[in-house]
Design a binder for this molecule. Structure first.
Ligand code: 8YV
Length: 319
């Protein structure tokens, strides 16, 4: 029997149906998260290791990359990779793969869940029923707002942004978008100014990449342009929105509603957001369906196997 190929796994894939088991079955896995001293573990077990597996949330720092002199591929579970030091990897010729496409539909579906939950007060209504508010003498919840036929602004018209836009046509919505560049291949109006898009939109959905290029892109000015009747939805990355400005705008009525799957300092969520009934909160579950999480692990493992067989990952990140 040949020895299993040794790989490094940065953290446990707790949110994936069978990734941990499949990796442990087929590889000699160094489970990095189980070592109190990561540096010492890498020094002891990292020699000769050419593949590391991680995820969008676990990431891979330059410190880890530097500690693995033989590393040649980083295979990540998830589409975002702002937590992986891709530049440090590329300087060493290390390939980095992610899992695009397979999660697009589920993340777009969840964006729509958030739009509807905020506008139609679904989460609020659920709390109201559970806590016995329904049936009280004056027991009714404040009116929501109509979704069909309204204006949908999308920030970042990549794969996920386009899937969100497509669903908008089922709700008879006009769709406009803002991004780094105008696209010629879509039937939606481009807004060069994010502020103008926010001022126009009823619902502003954030679907950009994370990382330094989009940090606090949704500023106080953009939030206030969206205004007291506007709703912001974020299924991308928390730091894209200036969270302090968001909290203040919600508290002072300068913004109507927010529906958020991601936060600036996950898993910390400001108490002021928890206390606000115009806010819907989710624990970063955009891709969290059984089907999608399984496809994410399949693609992560396919990248790993392809690298070992051919020397090339299948879905390299494009920087
Ligand atoms: C994951 C994600 O749910 O793919 C991504 O970039 O954000 C999600 O699919 C997240 O990485 C959970 O850790």
């Amino acid at each position: 029997m040949t020895a299993k190929h040794r790989i490094i796994q940065v953290g446990s894939y707790a949110g994936s149906p069978t990734a941990n088991d499949r990796l442990a079955r087929d590889y000699d896995v160094v489970e990095l998260w189980k070592y109190p001293d990561r540096k010492a573990a890498l020094a002891e077990h990292g020699k000769g290791v050419d593949v590391l597996v991680t995820s969008a949330s676990m990431g891979c720092t330059a410190e880890i990359i530097d500690a693995l002199p033989d590393l040649k591929a980083i295979c990540s579970w998830g589409v975002g990779y702002e937590t992986i030091d891709v530049k440090a990897a590329q300087r060493r010729g290390i390939q980095v793969s992610n899992t695009p496409d397979v999660l697009t539909d589920c993340v777009a579906d969840l964006a729509w869940g958030l739009i509807l939950a905020a506008a139609r007060r679904i989460a609020y209504g659920d709390r109201f029923v559970r806590t016995g508010g329904w049936g009280q003498v004056h027991g009714s919840i404040p009116l929501g707002s109509r979704v069909s036929g309204k204006k949908l602004g999308i920030v970042g018209l990549g794969r996920i942004g386009q899937a969100i836009a497509k669903r908008g046509s089922g709700f008879d919505m006009e769709v406009r978008y803002h991004g780094r560049r105008r696209r010629d291949d879509v039937p939606y109006t481009y807004e060069a100014s994010l502020r103008d898009l926010a001022a126009w939109a009823d619902f502003l959905v954030v679907a950009t990449v994370g990382g330094p290029s989009t940090f606090h892109l949704i500023s106080k000015e953009v939030i206030e342009a969206l205004g007291p009747k506007g709703t912001i939805v974020n299924i991308a990355r928390g730091p894209v929105i200036d969270e302090n400005a968001l909290v203040e705008a919600l508290q002072t009525g300068k913004l109507g509603n927010a529906a958020l799957d991601v936060f600036e300092h996950e898993p910390k969520v400001p108490d002021a957001l928890k206390a606000n009934d115009n806010v819907v909160l989710l624990p970063h579950i955009g891709s969290a369906t059984l089907e999608t999480r399984l496809e994410m692990e399949n693609l992560m493992l396919a990248n790993l196997e392809a690298f070992l067989k051919t020397g090339k990952v299948l879905t390299p990140v494009v920087e």
